[in-house]
Design a protein around this ligand. Structure first.
Ligand code: TZP
Ligand code: MG
Length: 219
């Protein structure tokens, strides 16, 4: 393992973003990520997706900038669904979905050098993950309706989330449509924390938002 080793506390306040998620023209992604790091997020995932997203050199340059920013704060830098970019930036982790490159292939390619997270939203997927040596954590959702993922799967809800956590041998982070209000429903499901895009990317007060995430999952 060359980057930060995985620990479940990293899932407490997990911020995901790409340039497409910053809707306020007066803010940049770098600024929002820096604020979120200052405020105490426990992980950052770079997820550049959709018609307005960066590609090629611009994406690589942005990834490198955000990677260095995360290193300054000793917060893991995780790349969504792009193993080559994760390797190029010496990421701490890579996250893959069920429709992305097969997790067994990803583990074989880079499992020695960084940790791997996998999205699972059914019990069958969790059971396969339980049998797959090397996965560090599971992301489950969308828990609530989300406007941040065009191809999001159907909403699972809080009760199904709790059942997935029970079935999982790995720590689970909840994702999808989480707000400063509905986050209060989530500790009782047994998740280790929450992963959010808009709650932080569109927050009017990033410090308050991150504090809410961290205090909600305080041990
Ligand atoms: N995967 C499942 S839901 C989702 C992803 C990437 C989007 C989460 O965004 P938001 O704004 O926190 O609902
Ligand atoms: Mg994906």
């Amino acid at each position: 393992m060359m980057g930060l080793p995985f620990e479940s506390g990293m899932l407490r306040s997990y911020f995901i973003a790409g340039t497409q998620d910053i809707k306020d023209k007066h803010k940049t992604l770098e600024e929002v990520v820096k604020q979120a790091l200052e405020a105490g997020i426990t992980a950052f995932q770079y997820r550049e997706k959709g018609p307005t997203s960066l590609t090629g050199d611009a994406k690589a340059k942005m990834a490198q900038t955000l990677r260095e920013l995360c290193a300054d704060y000793q917060v893991p830098f995780i790349v969504d669904d792009d193993v080559a970019l994760a390797v190029q930036t010496n990421a701490d982790g890579v996250h893959v979905g069920q429709k992305d490159e097969r997790v067994t292939q990803v583990l074989k390619e880079i499992g020695e050098t960084m940790f791997v997270g996998l999205s699972c939203d059914t019990k069958a997927q969790i059971e396969i993950a339980n049998q797959t040596v090397g996965i560090s954590y599971i992301g489950s959702g969308p828990v609530y309706p989300t406007g941040s993922k065009a191809d999001a799967d159907p909403v699972i809800g809080v009760d199904s989330l709790a059942n997935l956590v029970k079935a999982s041998q790995l720590p689970v982070v909840a994702i999808g449509g989480i707000t400063e209000e509905n986050i209060q429903e989530l500790p009782k499901t047994g998740v280790a924390g929450t992963a959010v895009i808009s709650m932080i990317a569109q927050s009017e007060d990033v410090f308050r938002t991150v504090k809410t995430m961290n205090t909600t999952f305080e041990k």
